[in-house]
Ligand binder design. Structure first.
Ligand SMILES: Cc1cc2nc3c(=O)[nH]c(=O)nc-3n(C[C@H](O)[C@H](O)[C@H](O)COP(=O)(O)O)c2cc1C
Length: 184
């Protein structure tokens, strides 16, 4: 019943749907990874989301403006490098920013950051870009700490803990459910 009311009450329908994007009801998960951690997180989120919604998992290197335009919501996932987003993730935003400015306003997003010890710089930078696009953050940034602090540990392949992957899957599921139900 609640679901029915939500679907038929215009005032409860989020900006993406109200703006006529119902035909593009999918979630785009864009990720970059250097040592595998963010890929595992993005895959877990995609697995969580797919039960509810069409979900496209894309490497930042392969994604372009049309991929974002075609989706109703976004999950961005990547590592923190040198206190910021990785160059590849930044290049993705640089490539897409102006082609999409004013065209995706109000759409929901969330972010997952994989970091050795901090992650706040990358999360802040991403949030600033999302603010420029006028996206709406619908889940707080989730930062997974891998405790990689020596050069050897930083360069080694990462294995993300099951509990953290579970949290990523939950975030993906929450994004998908919110989009599918029209509450974003
Ligand atoms: C060049 C470089 C710079 C890094 N800088 C940071 C940093 O500023 N803060 C941090 O918490 N971790 C930093 N790290 C660690 C990575 O964020 C961490 O290893 C993370 O798990 C990598 O995610 P990935 O496996 O998806 O590549 C850095 C790693 C590299 C290779």
């Amino acid at each position: 019943m609640w679901r029915y009311v939500r679907r038929h009450n215009q005032s409860a329908i989020g900006p993406a749907r109200a703006a006529g994007y119902t035909e593009r009801m999918s979630l785009a998960i864009i990720y970059h990874t250097r040592t595998g951690g963010s890929r595992q997180m993005a895959e877990a989120a995609a697995e969580g989301a797919r039960a509810d919604l069409t979900t496209h998992l894309l490497r930042a290197e392969d994604a372009g403006p049309e991929d974002l335009l075609a989706a109703a919501g976004y999950l961005f996932c990547g590592p923190e490098n040198l206190g910021a987003l990785t160059g590849e993730m930044k290049a993705f935003f640089d490539r897409c920013y102006y082609p999409l400015l004013g065209r995706i306003e109000g759409r929901p997003y969330a972010q997952l950051i994989c970091a050795g010890s901090d992650g706040q710089g990358a999360a802040r930078q991403l949030a600033r870009i999302a603010t420029g696009w006028r996206l709406r953050e619908v889940q707080p940034a989730r930062i997974v700490i891998t405790h990689a602090q020596t050069p050897e540990a930083i360069l080694a392949p990462k294995r993300i803990a099951t509990a953290d992957l579970g949290a990523c899957a939950e975030l993906g599921a929450a994004m998908a459910a919110g989009l599918e139900m029209g509450i974003f």
